[in-house]
Design a protein around this ligand. Structure first.
Ligand code: SDX
Length: 433
């Protein structure tokens, strides 16, 4: 962080003494005003519900330029990473800050593949769920429960423990997501097979059975791998901020990631891909689009165009472009190029991008708009879409958690409030209330 030679001066209309605050410059992106001494100096807090103008930390991991529609992992554009590498290469980059060379990549792939199994007793947690439990409820429970098996790596102040927990979480999420799916369809769990790639291993755990193996289709595996790369990290989004806040109390990494999964579940966040597909199925056909758009514009309807809009992107989400390409490739590979839902999505996107309601509000498709169609084509059930998002985002959460733990500036997160409730008053005896 570089202190800039410009300062911010806060002046008050009631004649109170103005307050000078330092401005810091990042390597790219907006500068920040350091307000840490504001309360001590003025007895006042800042007020920023939703943190629209608040930087909660400094970070070197992911950078988003919402106006340009740019997304960088450790400085590398997402378009290049998605085109040239696989998910584990992006995992290595997000965790370590640099792209791996051939030896490092081989060692990392080997390390992750050796942690893909879960403790045999984990299966008993699944038995307690209803078969129709939402996979995200299963993942919140089972990821949190992982902490009960790894007492050897819960000391967050031990760098080796942090490293081992990071690999365990990245490696075991596909196994747990596949187990949640198998449990929901009443099929036996499928163990990981270490000679397969990360994404091929997941597809096999999902779709093979004891009666017949899953023939790995490279186009479909590549598509899933690209989905994982696109969802791997996204700076201080709601679920990452949840992981950081949980981690700031010293909670173990499994508990922190379980908290992130819980936050990601929300339809305004990671649940949007599931909601976007349900929305497309509900619209049904192109001629129903005008009526749907009318409902979206009617604030009282509570209807939102799921998969559109973003807190940061006020231009096209670069991931949405890549997701649309992947959608086209997968549907072509499966002979579904005329998939009605894909056609409907493209028609809806075209109409929305030309409609002044969306244009003036800078509402563009985000990563979730097409990801549901791709995942449905891959055979992934709608209820599992957010579980796939969690499987991808685990590396981002873990990388951000590790960065926070080793940040000398980090303290337990404890925001304040503007209190608008009752001032102090006396309890009356119940008879006289
Ligand atoms: C993800 O933060 C991240 O980085 C998240 C994420 C990640 O990788 O971690 O990118 C993943 O969560 C993507 C977003 C997925 N969510 C959805 O697709 C759900 C639908 N989108 C919205 O709920 C909404 O756009 C949010 C939650 C994403 C953003 O909410 P904001 O910041 O409140 O939206 P805004 O301030 O830009 O809204 C401006 C206006 C408002 O209307 P007015 O009050 O000005 O009249 O646009 C409206 C909003 O009501 N609006 C929408 C809309 N999104 C915003 N109207 C209709 N449909 C929408 N989708």
């Amino acid at each position: 962080m570089i202190t800039s030679d410009t300062k911010a001066t806060l002046s008050f209309s009631d004649g109170s003494a103005p307050l000078e605050m330092p401005i810091y410059k990042g390597s790219i992106g907006p500068d920040v005003i350091d307000i840490r001494k504001l309360y001590a100096a003025t007895g006042m807090f800042t007020y920023d519900p939703g943190f629209m103008s608040t930087a909660a930390c400094n970070s070197a991991i992911t950078y988003i330029d919402g106006d340009k529609g740019e997304l960088l992992y450790r400085g590398y554009p997402i378009e290049q990473l998605a085109a040239k590498g696989d998910f584990l290469e992006s995992c290595y980059l997000l965790l370590n800050g640099e792209l791996p060379n051939l030896t490092q990549k081989k060692e990392f792939d080997y390390l992750v593949s050796r942690h893909t199994m879960v403790h045999e007793q984990m299966q008993f947690f699944f038995r307690g769920f209803r078969r129709d439990a939402h996979p995200m409820s299963v993942l919140v429970g089972t990821v949190g429960a992982l902490a009960s098996f790894y007492h050897d790596s819960l000391d967050i102040n031990d760098p080796h423990h942090r490293e081992v927990s990071a690999i365990r979480l990245i490696a075991k999420m596909p196994t747990l997501v596949a187990m949640a799916y198998k449990y929901s369809v009443g099929q036996p769990f499928v163990y990981p097979k270490n000679e397969l790639s990360f994404s091929a291993n997941f597809m096999r755990m999902m779709f093979s059975t004891p009666c017949e193996d899953y023939p790995v289709n490279d186009v479909l595996v590549r598509a899933l791998d690209r989905i994982l790369i696109l969802h791997a990290d996204h700076e201080q989004n709601a679920s990452t901020s949840t992981v950081r806040l949980a981690g700031s109390s010293g909670a173990n990494p499994f508990a922190c990631i379980a908290a992130g999964i819980a936050c990601l579940w929300g339809p305004a966040h990671g649940g949007a891909n599931e909601a976007a597909l349900s929305m497309l199925e509900k619209i049904g056909s192109v001629d129903h689009i005008p009526e749907f758009i009318r409902q979206v514009k009617d604030k009282n309807s509570g209807v939102k165009l799921m998969g559109f809009g973003h807190r940061v992107y006020k231009n096209y989400d670069p991931r949405a472009k890549l997701m649309r390409e992947t959608c086209y490739e997968v549907l072509a590979e499966l002979g579904l190029a005329n998939d009605p839902l894909f056609k409907l999505a493209m028609a809806l996107e075209k109409i929305a991008l030309e409609d002044e309601y969306f244009v003036t509000r800078k509402l563009y498709p985000n990563v979730d708009f097409y990801s549901g169609i791709v995942q449905r084509a891959l055979g992934i059930p709608t209820a599992l879409f957010t579980g796939i998002f969690a499987m991808a985002r685990t590396v981002g959460w873990v990388a951000q958690w590790k960065e926070m733990i080793s940040d000398p500036e980090q303290k337990i997160g404890r925001p304040r409030q503007l209190f608008i409730g009752e001032p102090v008053r006396t309890v009356k005896p119940i008879e006289s209330r």
